[in-house]
Structure formats: structure tokens, C-alpha cells
Ligand binder design. Structure first.
Ligand code: GDP
Ligand code: MG
Length: 297
């Protein structure tokens, strides 16, 4: 049996159902809703490994109505490079609805050389499926050689068919990620950033010059995501500041960060925070645990 592995980009204007689709394809909610502009080529959204297939879902830099042509060209160039390396593009539209947003995405796609699967989403909201036909005609004229698949991301209609089409485009090759991995480090990274943000908010001017947050564990178990994070500081005094009187400050940081991370992951989170001075202090974890610095459910 040959393994297949590759990248599938999910594109489409806002609100067509990309996140919903992704969550259902992955079988769990992992979507990140707000993201800072990325310098990387792809934002990885999730990994689905099943049998001999591994699909790595990514999204590409978003597009916004450009004001002049130079900007337009620039955006097309960057979008093109962003899509160059994907094995298949999943272009999501909302039934027969068509807006300028869709048109901008299409323009982007016309510069891409990757195969395109057009997903006509939200068909559960249509009484008359025939009204999809003009849309299908239009899209196949705009994007030649593309394939149209009507689905309902929300109700799970025809998602297996979509998945089969995606798999058909994946090249033969070994998996890039372990079979257990559901997402890449970017969620870990964002979780770490969220914790850092709460430290900043809690401490204000007292903020230690250098605080690092290291995610040590990031594991989904059933409906709960277990996260352990280490807050690294440079000096003992800084550690005391972050922990606060009777650990109150660390607890507040943990509670706020957990709320954010739960919102991002859309699942329950068990967040354990530890503070550690970078050099030495081998007994820290045990000491902190005994003080009750465990922010759990
Ligand atoms: P995104 O901006 O493209 O990621 O879109 P979302 O996934 O956030 O979905 C936008 C809205 O459309 C949400 O309210 C979803 O519940 C809804 N939605 C997504 N897919 C479907 C679908 O298949 N059927 C219906 N009825 N609603 C859907
Ligand atoms: Mg979304």
C-alpha cells in the first residue's frame, strides 16, 4: 500500500463556511479565527491522517479589495506564491450567492496552477438544487478543469465525497507529520502568545524584561485539551512577581489565558502554568504544585 500526503488549501471569502467545513473534515474543532498577518507561506489549519492518506489543510494569505493596480498585482503575486506549493485548492462558495469577494478569490485562483475543487456549500439551505446549475456553469467557465462538489459543511452532507476528491490529488509519499498530530505548532505558538499577553496585562510596568512561555504539552484527549506551559524568567524576583501573593497573580493569568485558548480551540482546556528561573531551580515544578499553581477545570 502506498501512502499519500499533501497540502490542501481552503480558500474563499469570509462567511462561506470555511471554518465549519474544516472542523467537520477534521472531526473536531480546531479552527483559529483571528490571526495576525503571517510572513510564512501557509497557515496550517489541521492535519487529517486516515489509512494511507494524510491531508494537511492550510489557508493562504487573505485578499482584500485592492485600491490600485500596483497593489493588486502585488497581492496576486504573493497569493500566487502562496498557492504554488499546494497539491489542491478547495475553493468554498455559498450556494448560488456571488459577490465581489468571490470574484477576488477567483482572480487569485486564475493565477494558480494547482488543481481546484469548488465546494458549493450550505446546500441544506436550498429548496431547489437546480438553482445551483447557473453557478456551476459560471464557475467552470471561470476556472477551467475545476470540479464542483455541492456539500453542507454544517450538516455533513457529501463531505466524504469531498474528502475522496481531495485525496485523489495527493501525491504518493510518506507522511510529513506523525499520525497522531492534528495540528502544527502554530496553535501551540498562539497559546503561548495568549499566555504572554495575560502576563503583560497582569504586570504592566512590573513586567520582567524577558519572559518566555514554553508550551511543554499540548494534547487533545477526548473533549479536553491538556496544556502545560512554562513561564521562564531570568531572576528569582521576577518569578515572585509573576506568581504573586499566594499565587493569585499566576492564577489570574491562567484563568484569563485559558478562556482565550478555549475560545480559539473551541474545546475545554486544562491549563497548567509553571514559572521557572531559566538557570537552575530543579525543584520548581514540585514546589509550585504543592502551592497549588494548577489552574484546572
Ligand atoms: P468562514 O468565514 O468561511 O470560515 O465561515 P464560517 O465557517 O465561520 O461560517 C459562517 C456561517 O455560515 C456560520 O454561521 C456557519 O454556521 C454557517 N454555515 C457554514 N456552513 C454551513 C452549511 O453547510 N449550512 C448552513 N446552513 N450554514 C452553514
Ligand atoms: Mg473562518
Amino acid at each position: 500500500m502506498t501512502r499519500h500526503c499533501g497540502y490542501a488549501a481552503i480558500v474563499g471569502r469570509p462567511n462561506v463556511g470555511k471554518s465549519t467545513l474544516l472542523n467537520h473534515l477534521l472531526g473536531q474543532k480546531l479552527s483559529i479565527t483571528s490571526r495576525k498577518p503571517q510572513t510564512t507561506r501557509h497557515n496550517m489549519l489541521g492535519i487529517k491522517t486516515e489509512g494511507d492518506y494524510q491531508i494537511i489543510f492550510v489557508d493562504t494569505p487573505g485578499i482584500h479589495p485592492a485600491r490600485d493596480k500596483a497593489i493588486n498585482r502585488y497581492m496576486n503575486r504573493s497569493a500566487e506564491s502562496a498557492m504554488r506549493d499546494v497539491d489542491v485548492i478547495v475553493f468554498v462558495v455559498d450556494r448560488d450567492r456571488w459577490t465581489r469577494g468571490d470574484e477576488l478569490v477567483v482572480r487569485q485562483l486564475q493565477n494558480s496552477h494547482s488543481p481546484i475543487i469548488i465546494v458549493l456549500n450550505k446546500v441544506d439551505r436550498m429548496d431547489d438544487k437546480d438553482s445551483l446549475l447557473p453557478q456551476i456553469t459560471r464557475l467552470s467557465e471561470l476556472l477551467e478543469d475545476s470540479e464542483c462538489i455541492p456539500v453542507s459543511a454544517l450538516r455533513g452532507i457529501n463531505l466524504d465525497g469531498l474528502e475522496d476528491s481531495i485525496k485523489a490529488h495527493l501525491p504518493a509519499g510518506d507522511f510529513y507529520f506523525s499520525e497522531q498530530q492534528l495540528t502544527d505548532k502554530s496553535e501551540r505558538f498562539i497559546a503561548a502568545e495568549m499566555i504572554r499577553e495575560k502576563i503583560t496585562r497582569q504586570l504592566g510596568a512590573e513586567l520582567p524584561y524577558q519572559t518566555m512561555v514554553e508550551i511543554e504539552e499540548f494534547k487533545q484527549e477526548g473533549k479536553i485539551c491538556n496544556i502545560s506551559a512554562l513561564i521562564l524568567v531570568e531572576r528569582e524576583g521576577q518569578k515572585r512577581i509573576i506568581i504573586g501573593d499566594k499565587g493569585q497573580r499566576l492564577k489570574a493569568i491562567g484563568a484569563q489565558a485559558r478562556a482565550d485558548i478555549e475560545r480559539m480551540l473551541e474545546c475545554q482546556v486544562m491549563l497548567n502554568l509553571w514559572v521557572k528561573v531559566k538557570s537552575g531551580w530543579s525543584d520548581d515544578e514540585r514546589a509550585l504544585r504543592s502551592l497549588g499553581y494548577q489552574d484546572s477545570l
